[in-house]
Design a protein around this ligand. Structure first.
Ligand SMILES: [Zn+2]
Length: 125
């Protein structure tokens, strides 16, 4: 079966139980019980199927000083000026982490993977 025939059969199966009537067509908004469009229901529909993430609480609702919260927020958005971000913008950057000289400087490397960071976390924890 060719692709056009296949689509034709799919349409046929989708509409075979539909009967047409003389009543005028009516637009129904499926995201409200009344079927009437509202901007708020449209806004809520954009989150349909998404998962709620409470990482903002981890960043903003804690005892850390505001500058630490802000840095945490920048790091979570990957918006700190690490070498990989400088490279993406075509700006001058160091090819490797200046602390360990073992890997490219990324936010993940600086905070989690760099031996200096791991040693720091080990000392703190
Ligand atoms: Zn490093």
């Amino acid at each position: 079966i060719g692709p056009i025939v296949s689509v034709y059969l799919q349409v046929w199966l989708a509409i075979e139980h539909i009967t047409l009537s003389d009543t005028p067509d009516q637009l129904v908004w499926r995201w409200t019980a009344s079927g009437i469009y509202s901007a708020s229901s449209c806004y809520l529909a954009t989150f349909q199927g998404s998962m709620t993430c409470f990482s903002w609480k981890l960043i903003w609702k804690n005892w850390a000083p505001p500058r630490v919260k802000f840095f945490h927020w920048l790091a979570s958005q990957d918006r700190c000026w690490t070498a990989d971000r400088l490279a993406r913008r075509g700006l001058q950057h160091q090819p490797r982490c200046p602390l360990c000289d073992q890997a490219p400087e990324t936010m993940r490397h600086l905070l989690l993977e760099c031996p200096f960071a791991r040693q720091t976390w080990h000392e703190i924890l």
